[in-house]
Write a protein that binds this ligand. Structure first.
Ligand code: F0G
Length: 459
């Protein structure tokens, strides 16, 4: 097993890296970022956070707010602004940043009505520079790649990680290798990786197959792995939770609802909420719930069939291609977060996803299909009583609506065919949300007739 070129953890730094299962602390990190003793995942820890040396929560809040008025690249980044709770780079000025983070929190009034809650908000991580939450983790992990003097970086991806990696690698003067499943990547994402100059390999397999191939590549070639098994990715992704708390004036919501694919993101957000509580920045944590597509539901099945004791892998299939994952790497981290925050895991059908996506669009916000599982899942959590009408709820929207325009166009035209459901049933269940474009002759009368018909329909 190879190790990263330089030992990335030294005594002088503010963090250490520990195995989540056996607790072993690692000074040198293996190329696959797994524990060399037991093979499980690693996580970044901050030993100085206990006793006298712990940072002062009031000072942190003041500092983070003050940096928002600064034009320095590191302060202008919604990730590095929180660098006091991130693993330290040898040289802060070497961070590769596209001013990621700083994403908006939107009210979703129509979606709130449809879900049965008084108020619903969304933290839109799709408003990051490459259109997904991946940028927040990428800026941190790729900065560590450069610190370790890597020329090449790589990831297996369902499309967003690869788009993000390709952009940041280009910014950092590095080369990137993208390994993606052939034919199962949304156009927006594939086009990004090409535009940012990545070596893009579409393998005849699914995401889980891509992970297996890349696992061999990193052992045979000096290339830095940027999948979410890389603990530095999750450190960056953590900051979305801190930023959210800041945007809510440090009022902790009752629920945060997150889509689940490879299960890194909910783990990262959970880590952040728990760390903020530990530091005294807030006094409680939200319940974090993970929503999966019914056709890609390994965590759901792991919890409901095996009580979380062993992972149930599945052959994944869903049109929410971002989360088309059957063997998620971070399932154990995710389970720990569910337990620590008293959250739950739910699954939703393709029709429920499509309806929810159109509803988020109708609130003027929009997102990609994988993000819409959050609203679809919330409806179920309200029905089951897990979420009460008066609870404060935040959905984490993970990807921009323009990532997957093909899905949206086919849906509204009534051309979408989903797995595990007859086309007619799907179309009947989603008819209310569809708004197909109308092709007309080029005259005002025809357009005005369409307008009047629409007025009548609206009542
Ligand atoms: N939403 C979107 C838009 C995603 O792209 C992903 C994951 C998820 C949700 C799930 O997050 O994996 O941390 O549980 N996309 C990865 C990728 C797998 O390669 O882009 P997760």
């Amino acid at each position: 097993m190879g190790f990263l070129q330089s030992d990335s953890v030294t005594a002088a730094q503010n963090y250490c890296v520990r195995c989540i299962s056996c607790g072993e602390v690692h000074a040198a990190l293996a190329v696959d970022f797994r524990c060399t003793k037991c093979g499980d995942l690693l996580e970044v820890e901050f030993p100085n956070w206990s006793g006298e040396s712990a940072p002062d929560p009031a000072k942190l809040k003041a500092l983070w707010r003050e940096r928002r008025t600064s034009n320095q690249p590191l302060d202008a980044s919604g990730v590095w602004r929180f660098r006091d709770v991130l693993p330290e780079l040898d040289d802060w000025s070497s961070a590769i940043t596209l001013r990621e983070g700083n994403t908006p929190v939107y009210d979703l009034p129509r979606c709130a009505r449809s879900a049965g809650v008084d108020r619903l908000r969304a933290k839109h991580q799709g408003m990051n520079p490459t259109g997904s939450f991946k940028d927040t983790g990428m800026t941190v992990a790729i900065s560590f790649a450069r610190q370790n003097k890597f020329h090449w970086v790589a990831c297996a991806s369902t499309g967003n990680t690869s788009a993000s990696m390709a952009a940041y690698a280009a910014r950092g003067g590095m080369r990137s290798l993208v390994v993606i499943p052939d034919g199962k990547i949304a156009w927006g994402k594939l086009s990004q990786s090409l535009d940012y100059g990545a070596l893009t390999c579409q393998l005849r397999t699914d995401f889980d197959g891509c992970v297996r191939v890349l696992d061999e590549i990193i052992r045979r070639y000096p290339i830095y792995l940027l999948n979410s098994v890389n603990p530095f990715r999750l450190e960056g992704q953590k900051t979305a939770a801190i930023e959210l708390l800041e945007q809510l004036d440090w009022q902790v919501p009752d629920h945060v609802v997150v889509p689940g694919g490879n299960l890194g993101n909910n783990s990262a957000l959970g880590k952040a909420f728990l760390e903020m509580k530990r530091l005294g920045v807030v006094q409680s944590v939200p319940k974090i719930s993970v929503i999966q597509a019914e056709g890609a539901n390994p965590l759901y099945r792991t919890v409901h069939e095996k009580q979380g004791k062993e992972l149930v892998t599945v052959e994944a299939d869903t049109l929410a291609t971002a989360i088309r994952i059957g063997n998620p790497a971070s399932w154990m981290k995710s389970l720990k977060v569910l337990q620590a925050t008293n959250g739950c895991v739910e699954q939703v059908t393709e029709a429920e996803i499509a309806v929810a996506k159109a509803e988020i669009g109708a609130d003027g916000v929009g997102c990609e299909p994988a993000s819409a599982v959050t609203l679809a899942g919330l409806k179920k959590l309200v029905k089951s009583g897990f979420v009460q009408r008066g609870d404060s709820v935040v959905l984490v929207l993970t990807g921009h609506v323009l990532k997957d325009p093909e899905y949206t166009i086919k849906f509204h035209r009534g051309d979408l065919s989903v797995p595990r459901m007859e086309d007619e049933t799907f179309h009947a269940m989603t008819a209310q949300q569809r708004k197909a474009p109308i092709v007309l002759d080029a005259n005002a009368d025809a357009v005005l007739r369409a307008l009047e018909a629409e007025e009548k329909r609206d009542g």
